[in-house]
Design a binder for this molecule. Structure first.
Ligand code: URA
Length: 271
């Protein structure tokens, strides 16, 4: 496989994981693929087959050399693509899509597993998808999501750098709070996502994310301001962006919280 083909497969994978833009140049994935000649200007993608990067990786996984290593490394040592069938964010996303572990799937349009950088150093966790997220299958794309994008940008983080997900992966009807049985059924997906990503810091957005992650009933007002731990990973608790839209007085403490998260990130990476 030549470098261009590898790059095309990598970009396809990032797009399929919900990313639409690349960090440095704000070109869309489609634009870059077109620029490198991996797809035609007409837009049709000459995928390696109908299955695209999945099909190619499956073929690679079938070869003896690949299956013995367990993980297929493509592009460079900075990009690892998991072999289909092994645990990955994509397999979790597929499970979420077909999840019937609680009744939320009955009223939702689709699952919203989460999106962003599989190697994110910072993970944001919200409560559950709203109407826009339920339509698009992507987290935080409505009004609260736009505010979250700005909050991240304020500490010099783009959405492409982080991973964003929720406690429950299907929309609670009418945006009601998720029920304890729904949270309990869905939490294993979050646990698996965090286990794979191993971020340097987690930002819990709102009561449900904070209390679920920290396994506590302590109110958010008492949780924020301290650095908590989830399996050794620092957790910063802050207000949910939707709550900020209703209560602008919480913007200042939220700003302090995200700056705290930024400092943790910087010290973890020696910046
Ligand atoms: N609120 C959330 O908690 N999550 C979303 O994805 C959108 C809004």
């Amino acid at each position: 496989m030549d470098a261009r083909e590898r790059l095309r497969l990598y970009l396809e994978q990032r797009r399929d994981l919900g990313e639409s833009e690349l960090v440095l140049d704000s070109m869309s994935v489609e634009d870059v693929m077109r620029a490198i000649g991996a797809i035609s200007t007409g837009g049709a993608s000459p995928r390696a087959g109908a299955g695209g990067w999945r099909e190619v990786l499956a073929a690679e996984a079938a070869s003896e050399a690949r299956t013995t290593t367990g993980t297929t490394e493509i592009v460079t040592d900075s990009v690892v693509v998991e072999v289909p069938g092994q645990e990955s964010l994509a397999t979790i996303a597929a499970e979420v899509e077909g999840c019937r572990l609680c009744p939320l799937y009955k009223t939702a349009n689709r699952g919203v597993p989460g999106a962003g950088n599989p190697r994110a150093r910072l993970v944001c966790i919200g409560e559950g998808p709203g109407a826009s997220e339920d339509e698009q299958g992507l987290p935080f794309v409505g009004a609260a999501g736009q505010l979250l994008t700005k909050i991240l940008a304020a500490v010099n983080l783009s959405r492409d750098e982080v991973f964003i997900t929720n406690v429950v992966k299907h929309r609670p009807p009418g945006n009601r709070n998720p029920e304890p049985n729904e949270i309990e059924a869905c939490t294993p997906y979050l646990v698996r996502q965090l286990d794979l990503i191993q971020p340097k810091v987690i930002v819990a957005l709102g009561t449900f994310a904070a209390q679920t992650l920290l396994n506590t009933k302590t109110p958010i007002g008492k949780l924020r301001g301290d650095v908590h731990r989830y399996h050794g990973i620092p957790v910063v608790v802050t207000y949910h962006p939707a709550a900020l839209l209703r209560n602008p007085a919480w913007k200042r403490p939220t700003w302090e919280d995200v700056q705290l998260a930024r400092r943790i990130l910087d010290s973890a990476t020696g910046a």
